[in-house]
Design a protein around this ligand. Structure first.
Ligand code: PMP
Length: 344
């Protein structure tokens, strides 16, 4: 196994991890900072947190539109939710299927619990080969299928009709990872109760709160109650709960940042399309994946100019010469485009 690569702190422009860089920690209104400070100062540090997190879950239901008929499980980031679901479903072995290239944590989480990981390649243009996926499901009878919608690192959404076929064909659980839902404006939440074997996973990380570490899964209580059996009993600390609850009061601001990221994503896509030899891939997320004539040269050139992006060329054969560029602020994107012009 290889640990998930995390770059050391970067002093320059960081467009590597799809963080909300519109979120200036100095900027939130004075009242908000005071409220955060006062609520945290009053927290019962000496006590274990209430794992049912009623105030936070209530706020999540209101702001994120989660119906009372569904249960919510919280994790320290959806990374932890992936671990919890993998442990719960794959304990004792069994196959897990994920598309590739996609988020690499699915594979590590499966391998760590002796799950049999089976990757199904997307086509070279990153579209879904639904027949290949269905054939794999038929052959492997996986206990768990992961679908990232829109996909990281490619940014695309798969056709709903194809996903529906996959959910219906799967003999076990299907989890749709909607980490980038805020930018796609598309979700399976409204259709969750059509499919008894479907659970959704999301995160607050991409909408300004990556540092808090709060991810969640939503689904029928029967599924979530099973996941809860393997979750660490106090996995989300009191400070995480308070910070997320207070920040979700300002959900309109977070949504505004998401809209700004979408604007910058489209701006990057349009500019990249005009650059010689560069092929950006259409994205419904807050980043753009693009193929360059020589991605290593571009990566190094950007780094020398103080801009860190992600070089994903080695992730999968389809990813040769690709870089993933997070949608930063207008000035960060300006700096990125000027730098790319200089390098190319
Ligand atoms: N799923 C996908 C598809 C992601 O891209 C990421 C983060 N890059 C995560 C899950 C994990 O997010 P977090 O742990 O910050 O909630």
């Amino acid at each position: 196994m290889k640990a998930y690569p995390v770059a050391p702190p970067w002093p320059g422009i960081k467009l590597e991890l799809m963080e909300d860089t519109h979120f200036d920690p100095q900027l939130p209104a004075v009242e908000l900072r005071r409220e955060l400070g006062e609520r945290m100062a009053a927290a019962a540090f000496n006590r274990y947190p209430d794992p049912s997190a009623p105030a936070l879950k209530d706020m999540m239901r209101k702001t994120l539109g989660i119906d009372a008929k569904y249960e919510i499980i919280l994790g320290s980031g959806s990374d932890e939710v992936i671990t919890i679901i993998s442990q719960s479903i794959l304990a004792g072995g069994g196959a897990v299927v994920s598309l590739e290239p996609s988020f690499s944590v699915f594979k590590n989480a499966a391998t760590a619990v002796a799950g049999r990981y089976v990757g199904v390649s997307l086509r070279a243009d990153f579209t879904l080969d639904v027949d290949a996926l269905l054939a794999t499901i038929e052959r492997e009878q996986p206990k768990l299928v992961w679908i990232v919608y829109p996909n990281n690192p490619t940014g695309n959404l798969y056709p709903d009709a194809d996903i529906e076929r996959v959910i219906k064909a799967a003999p076990g659980l299907v989890v749709i990872d909607e980490a980038y839902e805020a930018f796609a404006g598309r979700s399976w939440l409204a259709r969750l109760d059509e499919f008894p074997n479907l659970v959704l996973m999301r995160t607050l990380s991409k909408i300004g709160l990556a540092g808090i570490r709060l991810g969640y899964a939503v689904g029928a209580p029967d599924w979530i109650n099973e996941f809860n059996k393997v979750r660490g009993p106090f996995n989300v600390g009191v400070l995480q709960q308070i910070a997320a609850e207070v920040m979700l009061k300002h959900f309109d601001t977070l949504k505004h940042h998401a809209r700004q990221m979408v604007e910058q994503r489209d701006r990057m896509f349009n500019a990249l399309q005009k650059m010689p030899g560069v092929t950006p891939f259409p994205s419904a997320a807050n980043f753009v994946l693009a193929r360059f004539p020589d991605s290593a040269k571009v990566f190094d050139g950007l780094k020398a100019r103080g801009i860190l992006v992600r070089n994903l060329s080695a992730l999968h054969p389809h990813m040769a010469n690709t870089l993933r560029l997070s949608a930063g602020t207008p000035s960060e994107v300006e700096a990125l485009l000027v730098a790319l012009d200089g390098i190319l």
